[in-house]
Write a protein that binds this ligand. Structure first.
Ligand code: NAP
Length: 238
């Protein structure tokens, strides 16, 4: 349901051409925020491969120019990765870390002066259930998502005195273009996650976007440094 609870907020959402990022941009707008969107492709305000060394600094400049300031960051851009340890080459591992972790670090770092100036900044990073657990074939992805949670906690400690809250949403299995190939190629994988969730279904992008919007709102003003599981109750079951 739309509201005006984010009126006055000026947000950057990355990965906004698809999946969770697209749903988040729509949700933040529906709640009254100005949103500046970025992705490597698609109908967004800023198109770039965010792993380029200066891309996040340019994104911050463009967003501040377009909106007159910046107080909210939701770095959703990411890639999935599955590879067994044997034959897992350095370039593949480093690419996953660069996209899923280093771009998040750079966006936050490059936006710090604006977040401090805002006085009530919000950062919501996107972890995963693999921010807390590992699994076969997920060494690069899980390492990147554990690190995003660690980054979140340290940034929360450092920016808290400036009124900035920093939290990490940890989605379960969500039906997005990222997961679509695996769910269609391996129906048993889809069924596994549907059955593992206490709610007995996959998540939808809006299930995550709605929690992100809450964390960006004043209702979440005393909440910082946490990983927030949004997994339909999957990980409380064994
Ligand atoms: P998605 O639909 O694939 O959206 C991710 C977007 O990020 C895509 O548009 C992608 O572009 C873009 N992107 C990838 N690399 C980029 C780069 N270097 N620079 C700029 N943009 C880039 O995936 P999603 O499922 O919404 O995932 C969003 C976030 O949620 C990710 O961080 C993901 O790890 C996390 N997550 C997802 C799930 C899930 O089950 N779906 C679960 C836990 C966590 P391309 O399509 O061209 O690559």
């Amino acid at each position: 349901m739309a509201s005006d609870r984010l009126a006055g907020r000026r947000a950057v959402v990355t990965g906004a051409a698809s999946g969770i990022g697209a749903a988040t941009a729509a949700r933040l707008r529906a709640d009254g925020a100005q949103v500046f969107t970025a992705d490597v492709q698609g109908e967004v305000d800023f198109v770039a491969d965010l792993t380029a060394p200066d891309a996040n600094a340019r994104l911050v400049d463009a967003a501040v120019n377009a909106m007159g300031g910046l107080d909210t960051l939701v770095p959703c851009a990411g890639i999935s990765a599955f590879h067994p340890l044997e034959g897992h080459d350095d370039a593949y591992f480093l690419r996953v870390i660069e996209v899923n972790l280093v771009t998040v670090f750079r966006l936050i770092r490059d936006a710090v002066p604006h977040l401090k100036a805002a006085g009530n900044g919000r950062i919501v990073t996107i972890g995963s259930t693999t921010s807390s657990f590992g699994d076969e074939g997920l060494c690069a992805y899980s390492a990147s998502k554990h690190a995003v949670l660690g980054l979140t906690k340290s940034v929360a400690a450092e920016l808290g005195p400036f009124g900035v809250t920093v939290n990490c949403v940890q989605p379960g299995a969500i039906a997005t273009p990222m997961t679509a190939p695996a769910f269609s190629d391996m129906p048993e994988f889809r069924t596994f996650w549907e059955n593992k969730a206490a709610l007995r279904r996959l998540g939808q992008p809006a299930d995550i976007a709605d929690v992100i919007a809450f964390l960006c709102s004043d209702d979440a003003r005393f909440m910082s440094g946490h990983g927030v599981w949004v997994d339909g109750g999957a990980m409380v079951r064994h």
